[in-house]
Structures are given as structure tokens and as C-alpha cells.
Design a protein around this ligand. Structure first.
Ligand SMILES: [Ca+2]
Length: 252
């Protein structure tokens, strides 16, 4: 009955298949309201594709078994392109000469090419030698108002788990903090004075001018950020690639 009937009908059938094949009692098949199951929060189709029995008891128990849960998440990331031994990304200093509009998974360059443009890691850290010839991507979740990153393919593998840049960044950073305990160097600016609806209106105005904002949903994803940056460059303003109250008024 929901608005995403085709999508969730497939998930309902996958859910019934789990009950049929995996000997899991219905009472224990708990999910979020949207159907995300167990500790990894897999939708039923993802459970069928990626959940594994790692403790060897013959059941894929992502509700109670820690080995099954962790191995299922690892299997998901592995099958979605995780490259072993590679970082998700690095906090970077991005000079003003490198536009924030170069952000995004569709604009990758070799790390050595980013370096040639003046991008450096923060605090004089070095990129691992193996990264120099590999493709990497500029990531600026808050445009010029927060930390910037050079992200690897592994960042986008994390995003297959959840589309939010900030989600993937949080997961990658949390893992780094467990190992190395180094917070980000740059701070995030605090924003106020505009709502999701204001952003949505601004996105519609940008769409009307021919910019791709990735759908006017009121969320500031990389397509909206780069569209803002391009608009600012064409209007001969310094690109910030993030909305603020003044900019929302100016884009009309
Ligand atoms: Ca098991």
C-alpha cells in the first residue's frame, strides 16, 4: 500500500523466503519499521545476498551472533568493492586554487595529480606511497565550511551501505579513531537560519537554471554542493559549495 510498492513488494517476498529457508522463527525476525533486519540492518534482499553463518551453527543469525553479524557486514563490504589494506580517505588541505566544485565520485584523479594541484594531507602527513598512482576523489561534505578529504574507492563502498556522505565519513573516521585516535584537524562551521525546505526551494531554482542538484530533496549532497560551486563561479563569487542564508536568497 505504500508509495514505494514495487521496491517493498520485492523485499516482502525476500522476507518470506528467509522464513522458508533459514529456519528462523517469525517471532525472532525483528526489524526496524522500514524492514532493516538485525544488527547490520540489512533489508531482506541484502540478507539473502550477503548474510553468512560464521560461527558454524548452520544459521545466519544477524540478531544474536556477533561472529555472524560482523562477518556478514564484512562480506557485504567485500562484495561491494572493498579494497583490502586501503584507507577510506585522508583529511586534506585544499588550496583555494582547487575549486570545491571538483568534488564527487565522477571527478576522480590520481592522488599524484591532486598533489600537483597543491592538495596536501593535513599536518604534513604523507599519502601512502601506494596511493600516488591510484584514483581518488575530493570530498567536502560542508563545502568550504568544514574539513576536506581525499577519498578512495573504499569510501564509496561504505556509501553502498548508506548513501549519506556523513554516514560513510562517520564510519571511516570511527574506525580510524579506534586505531589511531586522531580527530579531524579542521572544524565544522555551525549553520542556522535555513530549513530543509529552503534548501529544496533553492535546489528547484538551480534546476530551473539547468544545474543537476541530484534531485530537489532538501538534502545537501555532493551534486547540490557542486551545483552551488558552479553557480558561484559563474556569478564571479568565491565558490563555497554549501548553502548559507545569504546565498539561498541570492540564487533566485
Ligand atoms: Ca551462525
Amino acid at each position: 500500500m505504500g508509495r514505494r510498492k514495487a521496491y517493498f513488494e520485492k523485499e516482502l517476498l525476500a522476507g518470506l523466503k528467509i522464513l522458508q529457508d533459514d529456519h528462523l522463527p517469525l517471532a525472532r525476525m525483528k526489524s526496524s519499521w522500514a524492514g532493516a533486519l538485525g544488527q547490520p540492518q540489512f533489508l531482506p534482499s541484502k540478507f539473502l545476498a550477503f548474510a553468512v553463518d560464521f560461527d558454524g551453527d548452520g544459521k545466519r543469525d544477524i540478531w544474536n551472533s556477533v561472529p555472524d553479524t560482523l562477518a556478514s557486514i564484512a562480506n557485504y563490504l567485500n562484495k561491494n568493492g572493498w579494497q583490502r589494506g586501503r584507507d577510506w580517505g585522508f583529511e586534506a588541505d585544499v588550496p583555494a586554487s582547487v575549486s570545491c566544485a571538483l568534488e564527487g565520485p565522477d571527478k576522480g584523479m590520481k592522488v599524484s595529480e591532486w598533489m600537483a594541484r597543491g592538495v596536501k594531507r593535513v599536518k604534513g602527513r604523507r599519502f601512502p606511497a601506494a596511493e600516488k598512482n591510484r584514483k581518488a576523489f575530493l570530498l567536502m561534505p560542508a563545502g568550504r565550511f568544514g574539513p576536506a578529504f581525499i577519498a578512495t574507492q573504499n569510501f564509496y563502498t561504505l556509501k553502498t551501505y548508506n548513501e549519506s556522505d556523513l554516514y560513510a565519513l562517520f564510519i571511516g573516521h570511527l574506525a580510524d579513531r579506534m586505531g589511531r585516535n586522531t580527530p579531524f584537524i579542521r572544524n565544522w562551521a555551525k549553520f542556522s537560519g535555513f530549513s530543509r525546505r529552503d534548501v529544496q526551494k533553492m535546489q528547484k531554482r538551480l534546476e530551473a537554471k539547468g544545474y543537476d542538484v541530484g534531485g530537489a530533496d532538501g538534502l545537501v549532497g555532493f551534486k547540490t554542493r557542486t551545483a552551488i560551486g558552479k553557480w558561484q563561479s559563474r556569478a564571479r563569487r568565491k565558490p563555497t559549495c554549501f548553502p548559507d542564508t545569504r546565498l539561498i536568497r541570492q540564487i533566485h
